[in-house]
Design a protein around this ligand. Structure first.
Ligand code: ATP
Ligand code: MG
Length: 662
């Protein structure tokens, strides 16, 4: 049982371990689902006896119309992974119907609109009616079981209604983040062969208007297979219209009644396609199937976030990304709790927006990416002027979280009363694979801690390709056995799936991330394998050097890349953006270099420091180091796909800085 009392208890290997704050238990409606001892016992069971473990969990957390008989089949070698065979179920029934029948008045969606005064709450009863009407509309448009439907929508409740209506009739959703350009949308519609596109007249975000319908029109000029576009009126503006193809959502749904039966699906029928964020190359259409994915979402919602009846889950991520799929939509709805749908940005109308939302709705679990936390930390602590008494869990996802930012999150946002959970996973893993369990796992800032149930991580030596056993090892992170919520394929490109994930190290799932396992078996994600710099035989993780830079009082964000060097193999090169009030100068750059020398060692000191106003980031907020590497190697004409960048203009500014500095 974790000690309550004092948050900081033990110090070993210069790393501080944080116990679950005692206030966590005081705030709890009951108590966490497990103790640390129970986690360890159940984890062992999940590895040694997976059929029994997952069979029981699948029966407990999902509703089956026809029970499965075979828990597991297939292997990494053959690329035929399948779970819960012969079983039949419907994802929408599991997310909506079963809660709506029991408790129709329970809040399902807390919609916080871009303008703070315009939101509303949707109950499970209402959600079921909305979903059924839309399911009728889609059927009438000719959508059948197995067809793909594209969603290009802002963060409004109707986006969730669209997800659920699609899966209710056995179709497959392919959500494209509504910030992507027309070309990116076109590529994804074509690749997925989507038949229908669901969108809005416009979107609203951070006080700005986004012309979603116009972008869809542009994209569809080259998508002849799309015969129907369904348009939800968000701003009620005039938009261009293609007669016969375009339909208003409100006019269509009004034709149909508020109940239609769900279509029974096989466990392994596809549930959705989602293109990865493309930080390392061309996005892949990752395919997830029904039962295994749903179970992963429900299990991690329950255990990582310690969700309990009455909780209000506040995932700040967009439904256009896997975080939105699993933790805005599926996990909270499967567990019958309320989920926040936030349309805006953390900076609108001002930097206290997240904290206002948490206070206003009584959010209990808050989940966000480090990129947003860095922005808010930079904006200043005076914006955090709310008590946020209901908060228990503070989640982080998407990138390594620097120790500084972790501590700020814990101390300033959580007031040392909440449990910080740094969750490691990927679009392809479907749900968390390495993460603390809130209320259970002692944490160390910067470590994603211990594996989730059923996940057996392996650290592989990149040179010998052998698995490194025992603790205190560093290498490439892989996973040893299939787990229920892993992706089954890359859409229409199974060979690419095999090559990318399963053939790299035979018998393992390859994550592409570097990691260390410390003396206590805790995992430290070092970032992508390409993001390891090798200087004179020292393997340095870019994340570690970046963390050292962020420690400097002047630094807002940092990205480090390695560049080939005849003498040392590679050299360290740093790109930083400064906080307001700090100026670029040669003294500043020297002081940044010194910072790295001091905190890591002289061998890690950057050969060059470039001060830029902004770093190249994907639309999901991840730093695209690949672009920085290309620029430094003089390959700025070969940047590859930069359509996933949130602001492509930063590239030119960086090229200019590099030319001026060198
Ligand atoms: P692509 O695969 O197209 O390059 P992507 O990997 O950025 O895109 P995602 O699936 O959204 O697409 O991101 C998963 C990756 O994010 C992980 O492989 C890892 O590099 C990083 N990541 C996610 N969570 C964490 C975390 N808690 N700590 C460190 N890194 C994380
Ligand atoms: Mg990836």
């Amino acid at each position: 049982m974790p000690e309550g009392g004092v948050p900081v208890v033990s110090e070993a290997h210069n790393v501080v371990t944080y116990q679950v704050p005692s206030k966590y238990y005081e705030k709890h409606p009951t108590k966490p689902h497990l103790t640390l001892e129970e986690y360890k016992i159940q984890y062992r069971e999940s590895i040694e006896n997976p059929d029994k473990f997952w069979g029981e969990k699948a029966r407990e957390l999902l509703h089956w119309d026809i029970p499965f008989r075979t828990v597991r089949n297939g292997s990494f070698e053959h690329g035929d992974i399948s779970w819960f065979l012969e079983g039949r179920l419907n994802a929408c029934y599991n997310c909506v119907d079963r809660h709506a029948f029991k408790d129709p008045e329970r809040p399902a969606i807390i919609y916080e609109a871009d303008e703070p005064s315009e939101g509303r709450v949707i109950t499970y009863g209402e959600l079921l009616r909305e979903v059924c009407k839309l399911a009728f509309v889609l059927r009438q448009m000719g959508v059948r079981k197995g067809d793909t439907v594209a969603i290009y929508m802002p963060m409004i409740p109707e986006a969730l209604v669209a997800f659920l209506a699609i899966v209710r009739i056995g179709a497959v959703h392919s959500v494209v983040f509504a910030g992507f350009s027309a070309e990116s949308l076109r590529d994804r519609v074509l690749d997925a062969r989507s038949k229908v596109v669901i969108t809005t007249d416009e979107g609203k975000r951070g006080g700005k208007v986004i012309g979603t319908k116009r972008i869809v029109d542009d994209a569809l000029k080259q998508c002849p297979e799309v015969k129907n576009v369904l348009v939800f009126r968000r701003t009620k503006s005039e938009v261009p219209w293609t007669q016969g193809r375009d339909h208003w959502w409100d006019e269509e749904v009004n034709k149909y009644p508020g109940y239609c039966p769900p279509t029974l699906m096989d466990s392994e029928d596809p549930l959705f396609l989602l293109y990865t964020s493309g930080s390392t190359g061309k996005p892949k259409g990752v395919m997830h199937t029904t039962a295994g994915y749903l179970l992963g979402a429900a299990m991690t919602g329950k255990y990582t976030f310690d969700l309990h009846p009455g909780d209000k889950m506040g995932t700040a991520g967009d439904v256009g990304w896997i975080t939105g799929h699993t933790y805005v939509v599926y996990a909270p709805l499967l567990l019958g709790v309320s989920t926040l749908v936030f349309e805006g940005t953390p900076a609108y109308p001002d930097f206290s927006r997240y904290w206002d939302i948490i206070e206003k709705h009584g959010i209990t679990q808050f989940y966000v990416a480090p990129t947003a936390l860095r922005l808010l930390k930079r904006a200043g602590d005076h914006h955090i002027n709310k008590q946020m008494k209901t908060l228990r869990v503070l989640g982080s996802v998407g990138e390594p979280i620097a120790e500084d930012v972790w501590k700020w999150y814990h101390e300033k946002v959580g007031r040392e009363e909440c449990h910080v959970v740094d969750t490691y996973w990927q679009t392809e893993t479907g749900s968390h694979v390495i993460a603390p369990m809130a209320g259970v796992t002692p944490t160390k800032p910067g470590s994603a801690t211990l594996p989730f149930f059923g996940i057996e991580p392996a650290i592989i030596d990149p040179v010998s390709k052998d698995e490194l056993h025992g603790n205190d090892v560093e290498g490439i992170l892989a996973i040893k056995k299939p787990w229920p919520s892993m992706a089954r394929t890359v859409w229409a490109s199974h060979q690419r799936f095999m090559e990318t994930y399963l053939d790299v190290y035979k018998g393992y799932y390859y994550t592409g991330d570097g990691a260390g396992r410390d003396h206590e078996g805790y995992y430290w994600i070092r970032g992508r394998v390409d993001d390891v710099v090798n200087v004179s035989g020292h393997r340095l993780s870019t994340a570690e050097i970046e963390a050292a830079l962020i420690h400097h009082e002047a630094v807002a964000e940092a990205a480090v890349v390695g560049i080939a060097d005849e003498l040392t193999g590679q050299t360290v090169n740093a790109f930083v953006s400064l906080k307001d009030g700090f100026e670029n100068s040669s003294e500043m750059r020297k002081s940044l270099t010194l910072q790295v020398r001091k905190s890591i060692g002289p061998f890690a000191a950057p050969k060059a420091v470039y001060v830029v106003s902004d770093l190249p980031k994907t639309r999901s907020g991840k730093i695209m180091r690949r672009i920085l590497r290309k620029i430094l190697s003089g390959e700025e004409d070969q940047l590859g796909d930069i359509s996933t960048l949130s602001d492509p203009s930063v590239v030119d500014a960086i090229i200019k800085t590099v030319h001026e500095t060198s």
